[in-house]
Structures are given as C-alpha cells and as structure tokens.
Design a protein around this ligand. Sequence first.
Ligand SMILES: [Zn+2]
Length: 131
Amino acid sequence: MYIKSRNLLLGHKIAVNKTEKYWKGLEYGKIYKTVCECGREYYPPQAECSFCRKETEWVEIDGYGVVETFTVVQSVPSGFEWIKAYTIAIARFGNVRVMGWGNESVKVGDRVRAYTQKDESGVWKVYFEVV
Ligand SMILES: [Zn+2]
C-alpha cells in the first residue's frame, strides 16, 4: 500500500572554486582525480588532502575500470523527466572508484571505459561503455 506524497523539486548550488578543473575537464572529455604526495587519491577530487592538508595534484583518469556495483533507478526524480529509468554504476579505476551512468546491460565485473557527455538538460556527466 502506498500514499502519494507531494512532488519535490530540488536544486542546489555547488561551490566549485577548488574543483573547477574537474567540472571543466568533463567538457573536454577528461575525468580527473586528485593525488596527494602522501599517497592518498581522491575521486571525486579534493583540492586538499583530508589527512595531511596538503594541496593535491590533478591527474587524469584514463584506461579501463571494472564495475563493482550498480543500481537501476526506476523511480526517476524530478529533473530527469526525459528518461524512464537509468543505471548508475561504480567502477574501480586503479585506486579510486568512479560513479557513472551505464546502460541496462551493465553488470558486476564488466570492464568499462569512462567517457563524458552532456545530457539532455545540458549537464556534463560521466558515462561507462562496456568494452
Ligand atoms: Zn595527504
């Protein structure tokens, strides 16, 4: 049994002054992580290391990842009306896990290539292609 709640439309501002390189990189097909000299790596990227507080270095993620988990979202939230359902996967690329949009056939263990693309609403996102 269900009751109907009110429709929600959420919007928020993202402060990007320290992560602008990541967001701009998506427009050029580049997906960045950050790496600290202490060895820690961050994705989503962090401009400063959480442990030693040093400034991190920007490094492009490339090559292939392996899908570790995924979910198919059937109840599409406001703001995604142009699609009926979508698949979000998390894949390991070396020492970091990257979240990206997949297709309905993606499964755990798949080898994927990550790429960027602008969606129907004009937002640049990370997608996975099974290879
Ligand atoms: Zn560090």
